[in-house]
Design a protein around this ligand. Structure first.
Ligand SMILES: O=C(O)C1=C[C@@H](OP(=O)(O)O)[C@@H](O)[C@H](O)C1
Ligand SMILES: C=C(OP(=O)(O)O)C(=O)O
Length: 423
Protein backbone atom coordinates (compact mmCIF):
# COMPACT_ATOMS: atom_id res chain seq x y z
CA UNK A 1 0.00 0.00 0.00
CA UNK A 2 2.82 2.43 0.85
CA UNK A 3 4.31 2.17 -2.61
CA UNK A 4 0.95 2.76 -4.30
CA UNK A 5 0.18 5.92 -2.34
CA UNK A 6 3.70 7.26 -2.83
CA UNK A 7 3.33 6.90 -6.58
CA UNK A 8 0.07 8.85 -6.83
CA UNK A 9 0.08 12.27 -8.55
CA UNK A 10 -2.37 13.56 -5.98
CA UNK A 11 -4.19 12.39 -2.90
CA UNK A 12 -7.41 13.88 -1.57
CA UNK A 13 -7.86 13.47 2.16
CA UNK A 14 -11.38 12.50 3.18
CA UNK A 15 -12.47 14.40 6.30
CA UNK A 16 -12.72 12.24 9.38
CA UNK A 17 -15.94 11.71 11.21
CA UNK A 18 -14.33 10.15 14.30
CA UNK A 19 -11.63 10.92 16.83
CA UNK A 20 -8.30 9.37 15.74
CA UNK A 21 -7.28 6.70 18.19
CA UNK A 22 -4.59 4.05 18.13
CA UNK A 23 -0.89 3.39 18.23
CA UNK A 24 1.51 4.77 15.62
CA UNK A 25 5.29 4.83 16.12
CA UNK A 26 7.05 7.54 14.16
CA UNK A 27 10.12 6.31 12.26
CA UNK A 28 13.66 6.87 13.55
CA UNK A 29 15.07 10.39 13.65
CA UNK A 30 16.43 11.60 10.33
CA UNK A 31 18.84 14.00 12.01
CA UNK A 32 20.27 11.38 14.35
CA UNK A 33 20.37 8.60 11.72
CA UNK A 34 22.41 10.73 9.32
CA UNK A 35 24.78 11.82 12.09
CA UNK A 36 25.23 8.23 13.23
CA UNK A 37 25.81 6.94 9.68
CA UNK A 38 28.48 9.59 9.10
CA UNK A 39 30.25 8.98 12.41
CA UNK A 40 30.09 5.20 11.98
CA UNK A 41 31.59 5.67 8.51
CA UNK A 42 34.45 7.69 10.00
CA UNK A 43 35.15 5.12 12.75
CA UNK A 44 37.36 2.07 12.20
CA UNK A 45 35.38 -1.10 12.86
CA UNK A 46 31.75 -2.12 12.91
CA UNK A 47 28.89 -0.04 14.33
CA UNK A 48 25.32 -1.25 14.61
CA UNK A 49 22.69 1.49 14.37
CA UNK A 50 19.24 0.44 15.55
CA UNK A 51 15.93 2.30 15.44
CA UNK A 52 17.21 4.01 12.29
CA UNK A 53 15.18 5.83 9.67
CA UNK A 54 15.12 4.26 6.21
CA UNK A 55 14.01 6.99 3.82
CA UNK A 56 15.35 9.01 0.90
CA UNK A 57 17.57 11.19 3.09
CA UNK A 58 19.27 8.31 4.91
CA UNK A 59 19.49 6.19 1.76
CA UNK A 60 21.46 8.97 0.06
CA UNK A 61 23.83 9.14 3.02
CA UNK A 62 24.28 5.34 3.07
CA UNK A 63 24.85 5.21 -0.69
CA UNK A 64 27.47 7.96 -0.52
CA UNK A 65 29.35 6.06 2.18
CA UNK A 66 29.20 2.88 0.10
CA UNK A 67 30.57 4.80 -2.89
CA UNK A 68 33.59 5.71 -0.74
CA UNK A 69 34.30 2.12 0.32
CA UNK A 70 32.31 1.87 3.55
CA UNK A 71 30.21 -1.28 3.95
CA UNK A 72 26.65 -0.47 4.97
CA UNK A 73 24.46 -3.54 5.56
CA UNK A 74 20.76 -3.40 6.25
CA UNK A 75 19.74 -6.57 8.13
CA UNK A 76 16.22 -5.26 8.78
CA UNK A 77 13.94 -2.28 8.22
CA UNK A 78 15.37 -0.19 11.09
CA UNK A 79 19.02 -1.28 11.34
CA UNK A 80 22.21 -0.24 9.58
CA UNK A 81 25.44 -2.16 10.22
CA UNK A 82 28.36 0.02 9.17
CA UNK A 83 31.87 -1.36 8.74
CA UNK A 84 34.67 1.01 7.85
CA UNK A 85 38.45 1.21 7.79
CA UNK A 86 38.00 4.82 8.86
CA UNK A 87 39.53 5.95 5.53
CA UNK A 88 37.36 6.89 2.57
CA UNK A 89 38.34 6.28 -1.02
CA UNK A 90 37.69 8.58 -3.94
CA UNK A 91 34.29 7.70 -5.46
CA UNK A 92 33.90 6.96 -9.18
CA UNK A 93 31.09 9.48 -9.60
CA UNK A 94 29.70 12.57 -7.88
CA UNK A 95 28.08 11.88 -4.52
CA UNK A 96 24.40 12.42 -5.30
CA UNK A 97 22.45 13.40 -2.20
CA UNK A 98 19.02 14.28 -3.52
CA UNK A 99 17.58 17.05 -1.34
CA UNK A 100 19.10 15.80 1.92
CA UNK A 101 20.53 18.90 3.63
CA UNK A 102 22.13 16.90 6.43
CA UNK A 103 23.90 14.47 4.09
CA UNK A 104 25.05 17.28 1.78
CA UNK A 105 26.43 19.58 4.46
CA UNK A 106 27.89 16.86 6.71
CA UNK A 107 29.66 15.08 3.84
CA UNK A 108 31.06 18.30 2.37
CA UNK A 109 33.10 18.91 5.54
CA UNK A 110 33.95 15.24 6.13
CA UNK A 111 35.32 14.51 2.65
CA UNK A 112 37.54 17.59 2.99
CA UNK A 113 39.65 15.46 5.36
CA UNK A 114 39.78 12.45 3.04
CA UNK A 115 42.18 12.17 0.11
CA UNK A 116 41.08 12.59 -3.51
CA UNK A 117 38.58 14.45 -5.64
CA UNK A 118 34.97 14.54 -4.55
CA UNK A 119 31.88 16.20 -5.94
CA UNK A 120 28.96 16.71 -3.58
CA UNK A 121 25.77 17.21 -5.54
CA UNK A 122 22.01 16.96 -5.21
CA UNK A 123 18.76 17.37 -7.08
CA UNK A 124 17.39 20.61 -8.55
CA UNK A 125 16.09 21.69 -5.13
CA UNK A 126 19.41 21.07 -3.38
CA UNK A 127 21.10 23.04 -6.15
CA UNK A 128 19.21 26.09 -4.82
CA UNK A 129 20.10 25.58 -1.16
CA UNK A 130 23.03 27.74 0.05
CA UNK A 131 26.30 26.13 1.07
CA UNK A 132 28.74 29.01 0.49
CA UNK A 133 29.40 29.82 4.19
CA UNK A 134 30.56 26.25 4.75
CA UNK A 135 32.63 26.26 1.55
CA UNK A 136 34.30 29.54 2.55
CA UNK A 137 35.03 28.24 6.03
CA UNK A 138 36.74 25.19 4.50
CA UNK A 139 38.66 27.43 2.08
CA UNK A 140 39.94 29.38 5.08
CA UNK A 141 41.37 26.06 6.32
CA UNK A 142 43.33 25.64 3.09
CA UNK A 143 40.95 23.14 1.48
CA UNK A 144 40.72 23.32 -2.33
CA UNK A 145 36.94 23.53 -2.56
CA UNK A 146 34.59 25.43 -4.85
CA UNK A 147 30.85 25.91 -5.29
CA UNK A 148 30.58 28.48 -8.08
CA UNK A 149 26.83 29.02 -7.67
CA UNK A 150 27.02 29.19 -3.87
CA UNK A 151 24.95 26.00 -3.81
CA UNK A 152 25.82 22.41 -4.77
CA UNK A 153 27.51 21.01 -6.76
CA UNK A 154 30.61 21.40 -4.60
CA UNK A 155 33.99 20.24 -5.93
CA UNK A 156 36.59 19.26 -3.35
CA UNK A 157 40.20 18.29 -4.00
CA UNK A 158 41.14 16.97 -0.58
CA UNK A 159 44.61 16.17 0.70
CA UNK A 160 43.72 14.70 4.09
CA UNK A 161 44.40 17.70 6.32
CA UNK A 162 43.36 21.19 7.31
CA UNK A 163 46.14 23.82 7.24
CA UNK A 164 44.79 25.57 10.33
CA UNK A 165 43.24 24.44 13.56
CA UNK A 166 40.61 27.14 13.97
CA UNK A 167 37.65 28.22 11.89
CA UNK A 168 34.96 30.89 12.13
CA UNK A 169 31.59 30.01 10.64
CA UNK A 170 28.46 32.05 9.98
CA UNK A 171 25.52 29.76 10.67
CA UNK A 172 22.81 32.33 10.01
CA UNK A 173 21.46 30.31 7.09
CA UNK A 174 21.93 26.83 8.52
CA UNK A 175 23.08 25.23 11.76
CA UNK A 176 24.12 22.26 9.65
CA UNK A 177 27.32 24.11 8.70
CA UNK A 178 28.40 24.07 12.35
CA UNK A 179 27.38 20.44 12.83
CA UNK A 180 29.33 19.51 9.69
CA UNK A 181 32.51 21.21 10.93
CA UNK A 182 32.14 19.81 14.44
CA UNK A 183 31.84 16.22 13.20
CA UNK A 184 34.79 16.58 10.81
CA UNK A 185 36.91 18.32 13.46
CA UNK A 186 37.46 15.20 15.57
CA UNK A 187 39.34 13.74 12.57
CA UNK A 188 41.53 16.81 11.98
CA UNK A 189 44.62 15.29 13.62
CA UNK A 190 45.05 18.11 16.15
CA UNK A 191 42.80 19.95 18.57
CA UNK A 192 40.43 22.10 16.57
CA UNK A 193 38.39 25.16 17.49
CA UNK A 194 35.15 26.32 15.89
CA UNK A 195 33.78 29.78 16.55
CA UNK A 196 30.40 31.14 15.52
CA UNK A 197 30.40 34.40 13.63
CA UNK A 198 27.52 36.63 14.68
CA UNK A 199 25.57 36.56 17.86
CA UNK A 200 23.57 33.40 17.87
CA UNK A 201 22.49 30.41 15.94
CA UNK A 202 19.01 29.64 14.68
CA UNK A 203 18.71 26.09 15.85
CA UNK A 204 21.03 25.41 18.76
CA UNK A 205 19.20 22.18 19.59
CA UNK A 206 20.67 20.60 16.47
CA UNK A 207 24.18 21.42 17.69
CA UNK A 208 23.42 19.63 20.96
CA UNK A 209 22.23 16.64 18.94
CA UNK A 210 25.53 16.70 17.05
CA UNK A 211 27.63 16.90 20.22
CA UNK A 212 25.75 14.05 21.81
CA UNK A 213 26.14 11.77 18.75
CA UNK A 214 29.85 12.67 18.55
CA UNK A 215 30.35 11.82 22.23
CA UNK A 216 28.61 8.47 21.73
CA UNK A 217 31.26 7.69 19.11
CA UNK A 218 34.10 8.69 21.45
CA UNK A 219 34.63 12.39 20.71
CA UNK A 220 35.68 14.89 23.37
CA UNK A 221 34.38 18.44 23.07
CA UNK A 222 34.67 21.44 25.42
CA UNK A 223 32.69 24.58 25.09
CA UNK A 224 34.69 27.49 26.53
CA UNK A 225 31.87 29.91 25.67
CA UNK A 226 28.43 29.66 24.12
CA UNK A 227 29.85 30.36 20.66
CA UNK A 228 33.11 28.36 20.75
CA UNK A 229 33.68 24.60 20.64
CA UNK A 230 37.05 22.84 21.13
CA UNK A 231 37.17 19.37 19.63
CA UNK A 232 39.94 16.93 20.64
CA UNK A 233 41.65 14.92 17.87
CA UNK A 234 40.18 11.59 19.00
CA UNK A 235 38.78 10.37 15.69
CA UNK A 236 35.76 8.10 16.24
CA UNK A 237 35.31 4.70 17.87
CA UNK A 238 32.89 2.21 16.31
CA UNK A 239 29.94 1.59 18.59
CA UNK A 240 26.40 0.26 18.79
CA UNK A 241 23.97 3.13 18.85
CA UNK A 242 20.21 3.34 19.27
CA UNK A 243 18.29 6.10 17.47
CA UNK A 244 15.18 7.64 19.01
CA UNK A 245 12.02 8.26 16.95
CA UNK A 246 11.77 11.39 14.83
CA UNK A 247 10.34 14.33 16.76
CA UNK A 248 9.41 16.26 13.61
CA UNK A 249 7.43 13.25 12.37
CA UNK A 250 5.77 13.08 15.79
CA UNK A 251 4.40 16.61 15.36
CA UNK A 252 1.97 15.44 12.65
CA UNK A 253 0.64 12.74 14.95
CA UNK A 254 0.33 15.19 17.84
CA UNK A 255 -1.45 17.54 15.43
CA UNK A 256 -3.84 14.81 14.24
CA UNK A 257 -4.57 13.92 17.86
CA UNK A 258 -5.54 17.44 18.98
CA UNK A 259 -7.45 18.27 15.78
CA UNK A 260 -9.58 15.17 16.10
CA UNK A 261 -9.78 15.28 19.91
CA UNK A 262 -8.43 11.74 19.75
CA UNK A 263 -5.73 9.71 21.49
CA UNK A 264 -2.72 8.61 19.45
CA UNK A 265 -0.08 6.69 21.35
CA UNK A 266 3.25 7.33 19.62
CA UNK A 267 5.13 5.12 22.08
CA UNK A 268 7.44 7.90 23.34
CA UNK A 269 6.49 10.68 25.77
CA UNK A 270 7.23 14.13 24.35
CA UNK A 271 9.63 14.79 27.23
CA UNK A 272 11.81 11.80 26.24
CA UNK A 273 12.92 13.25 22.89
CA UNK A 274 16.29 14.98 22.66
CA UNK A 275 15.48 16.65 19.31
CA UNK A 276 14.53 20.34 19.19
CA UNK A 277 11.16 19.81 17.50
CA UNK A 278 9.82 18.04 20.59
CA UNK A 279 9.35 21.57 22.01
CA UNK A 280 6.41 21.83 19.63
CA UNK A 281 4.43 19.49 21.87
CA UNK A 282 3.70 22.23 24.41
CA UNK A 283 2.28 24.52 21.75
CA UNK A 284 0.35 21.78 19.96
CA UNK A 285 -1.17 20.48 23.17
CA UNK A 286 -2.46 24.01 23.91
CA UNK A 287 -4.63 23.79 20.74
CA UNK A 288 -7.17 25.41 20.15
CA UNK A 289 -5.69 28.03 22.46
CA UNK A 290 -2.23 28.26 20.95
CA UNK A 291 -0.37 31.50 21.81
CA UNK A 292 -0.61 34.71 19.78
CA UNK A 293 3.13 34.65 18.99
CA UNK A 294 5.17 31.53 18.37
CA UNK A 295 8.94 31.70 18.04
CA UNK A 296 9.97 29.01 15.59
CA UNK A 297 13.72 29.44 15.89
CA UNK A 298 14.23 26.41 18.12
CA UNK A 299 11.66 24.12 16.45
CA UNK A 300 11.89 25.05 12.81
CA UNK A 301 10.77 21.85 11.16
CA UNK A 302 7.62 21.81 13.31
CA UNK A 303 6.41 25.20 12.01
CA UNK A 304 4.48 23.84 8.99
CA UNK A 305 2.56 21.52 11.34
CA UNK A 306 1.76 24.31 13.80
CA UNK A 307 0.92 26.82 11.06
CA UNK A 308 -1.70 24.50 9.56
CA UNK A 309 -3.14 23.84 13.04
CA UNK A 310 -3.23 27.61 13.59
CA UNK A 311 -5.85 27.90 10.86
CA UNK A 312 -8.23 26.11 13.27
CA UNK A 313 -7.03 27.87 16.45
CA UNK A 314 -9.40 30.16 18.36
CA UNK A 315 -7.15 33.22 17.87
CA UNK A 316 -4.62 34.29 15.22
CA UNK A 317 -0.99 33.24 15.48
CA UNK A 318 2.11 35.15 14.37
CA UNK A 319 5.17 33.01 13.67
CA UNK A 320 8.50 34.77 14.29
CA UNK A 321 12.12 33.60 14.15
CA UNK A 322 11.45 31.58 11.02
CA UNK A 323 13.48 33.49 8.38
CA UNK A 324 15.55 30.50 7.36
CA UNK A 325 12.43 28.51 6.54
CA UNK A 326 12.85 30.31 3.23
CA UNK A 327 15.94 28.21 2.43
CA UNK A 328 14.73 24.73 3.38
CA UNK A 329 13.44 22.15 0.87
CA UNK A 330 11.40 25.05 -0.53
CA UNK A 331 10.53 28.54 0.69
CA UNK A 332 8.29 27.19 3.45
CA UNK A 333 6.90 30.59 4.46
CA UNK A 334 5.69 31.10 0.88
CA UNK A 335 4.46 27.51 0.54
CA UNK A 336 2.47 27.82 3.77
CA UNK A 337 0.92 31.16 2.90
CA UNK A 338 0.12 29.97 -0.63
CA UNK A 339 -1.48 26.74 0.58
CA UNK A 340 -3.49 28.38 3.37
CA UNK A 341 -4.73 31.19 1.11
CA UNK A 342 -5.63 28.59 -1.47
CA UNK A 343 -7.94 27.01 1.11
CA UNK A 344 -9.45 30.36 2.09
CA UNK A 345 -8.25 33.74 0.84
CA UNK A 346 -6.88 35.85 3.70
CA UNK A 347 -6.02 32.90 5.93
CA UNK A 348 -2.31 33.73 5.90
CA UNK A 349 -0.20 36.86 5.52
CA UNK A 350 3.55 37.26 5.18
CA UNK A 351 5.05 40.28 6.95
CA UNK A 352 8.73 40.31 6.12
CA UNK A 353 9.81 36.87 7.30
CA UNK A 354 6.94 36.51 9.78
CA UNK A 355 3.89 34.45 8.93
CA UNK A 356 0.52 35.39 10.38
CA UNK A 357 -2.23 32.81 10.32
CA UNK A 358 -5.73 34.19 10.80
CA UNK A 359 -7.48 31.57 12.86
CA UNK A 360 -10.89 30.45 11.66
CA UNK A 361 -12.43 27.54 13.59
CA UNK A 362 -15.48 27.78 11.31
CA UNK A 363 -13.37 26.09 8.62
CA UNK A 364 -14.12 22.82 10.37
CA UNK A 365 -16.72 20.85 8.48
CA UNK A 366 -16.67 23.04 5.36
CA UNK A 367 -15.86 21.78 1.88
CA UNK A 368 -13.27 24.09 0.29
CA UNK A 369 -11.69 22.30 -2.65
CA UNK A 370 -7.99 23.21 -2.85
CA UNK A 371 -5.05 21.61 -4.57
CA UNK A 372 -2.02 22.08 -2.33
CA UNK A 373 1.25 22.57 -4.15
CA UNK A 374 3.81 20.85 -1.96
CA UNK A 375 6.83 22.16 -3.90
CA UNK A 376 8.30 18.64 -3.47
CA UNK A 377 8.55 19.39 0.27
CA UNK A 378 7.63 16.52 2.59
CA UNK A 379 6.69 18.84 5.46
CA UNK A 380 4.25 20.85 3.33
CA UNK A 381 2.57 17.60 2.23
CA UNK A 382 2.40 16.14 5.74
CA UNK A 383 1.15 19.31 7.43
CA UNK A 384 -1.58 20.15 4.89
CA UNK A 385 -2.86 16.60 5.21
CA UNK A 386 -3.94 17.70 8.70
CA UNK A 387 -6.16 20.39 7.15
CA UNK A 388 -7.76 17.65 5.06
CA UNK A 389 -8.88 15.87 8.23
CA UNK A 390 -11.28 18.73 8.96
CA UNK A 391 -11.99 20.39 5.60
CA UNK A 392 -13.46 18.58 2.60
CA UNK A 393 -11.67 18.74 -0.74
CA UNK A 394 -8.04 19.14 0.34
CA UNK A 395 -5.84 17.54 -2.31
CA UNK A 396 -2.13 17.04 -1.76
CA UNK A 397 -0.06 17.20 -4.96
CA UNK A 398 3.00 14.94 -5.23
CA UNK A 399 2.19 13.02 -2.03
CA UNK A 400 5.23 10.79 -2.67
CA UNK A 401 7.52 13.58 -1.46
CA UNK A 402 6.93 12.36 2.12
CA UNK A 403 9.49 9.63 1.28
CA UNK A 404 12.22 12.13 2.18
CA UNK A 405 11.75 11.44 5.89
CA UNK A 406 8.51 9.51 6.50
CA UNK A 407 7.77 7.02 3.70
CA UNK A 408 4.98 5.32 5.68
CA UNK A 409 3.16 8.56 6.55
CA UNK A 410 0.05 7.94 4.45
CA UNK A 411 -0.17 4.39 5.79
CA UNK A 412 0.25 5.68 9.34
CA UNK A 413 -2.78 7.98 8.94
CA UNK A 414 -4.70 5.16 7.20
CA UNK A 415 -4.00 2.88 10.16
CA UNK A 416 -5.90 5.42 12.29
CA UNK A 417 -8.87 5.28 9.94
CA UNK A 418 -8.06 8.17 7.58
CA UNK A 419 -9.26 7.55 4.02
CA UNK A 420 -8.09 8.96 0.71
CA UNK A 421 -9.33 9.42 -2.77
CA UNK A 422 -6.46 8.64 -5.12
CA UNK A 423 -5.56 10.35 -8.39
O1 LIG B 1 21.04 19.33 11.79
C1 LIG B 1 19.97 18.84 11.44
O2 LIG B 1 19.74 17.61 11.53
C2 LIG B 1 18.92 19.72 10.92
C3 LIG B 1 18.98 21.09 11.10
C4 LIG B 1 17.92 22.01 10.62
O3 LIG B 1 18.36 22.66 9.45
P1 LIG B 1 19.17 24.05 9.41
O4 LIG B 1 20.27 24.00 10.36
O5 LIG B 1 19.61 24.13 7.99
O6 LIG B 1 18.19 25.12 9.78
C5 LIG B 1 16.64 21.26 10.27
O7 LIG B 1 15.77 22.11 9.56
C6 LIG B 1 16.94 20.02 9.45
O8 LIG B 1 15.76 19.33 9.09
C7 LIG B 1 17.79 19.07 10.22
C1 LIG C 1 14.95 21.06 6.48
C2 LIG C 1 14.84 19.73 6.44
O1 LIG C 1 15.74 18.87 5.94
P1 LIG C 1 17.25 18.94 5.47
O2 LIG C 1 17.79 20.29 5.74
O3 LIG C 1 17.95 17.88 6.26
O4 LIG C 1 17.21 18.60 4.02
C3 LIG C 1 13.63 19.06 6.97
O5 LIG C 1 13.63 17.82 7.08
O6 LIG C 1 12.64 19.74 7.30
Amino acid sequence: MTQNLLREDKLTILPITHALKGHVSPPGSKSITNRALLLAGLAKGTSKLTGALKSDDTRYMAEALRAMGVTVDEPDATTFVVTSTGEWKEPNAPLFLGNAGTATRFLTAAVALAKGRFTVDGDEHMRKRPILPLVEALQSLGVAIAAPSGCPPVAIDANGAFKKNRVVIDAGLSSQYVSALLMAAACAGEAFEIELAGADIGAKGYIDLTLSAMRAFGAKIDQPSSSVWRVAPTGYTATDFHIEPDASAATYLWGAEVLSAGKIDIGTPATDFTQPDAKAYDVISAFPNMPAVIDGSQMQDAIPTIAVLAAFNKTPVRFVGIANLRVKECDRIRALSTGLNNIREGLATEEGDDLIVAADPSLIGQTLPAEIDTFADHRIAMSFALAGLKIGGITILDPGCVAKTYPSYWDALASLGVEYQQG
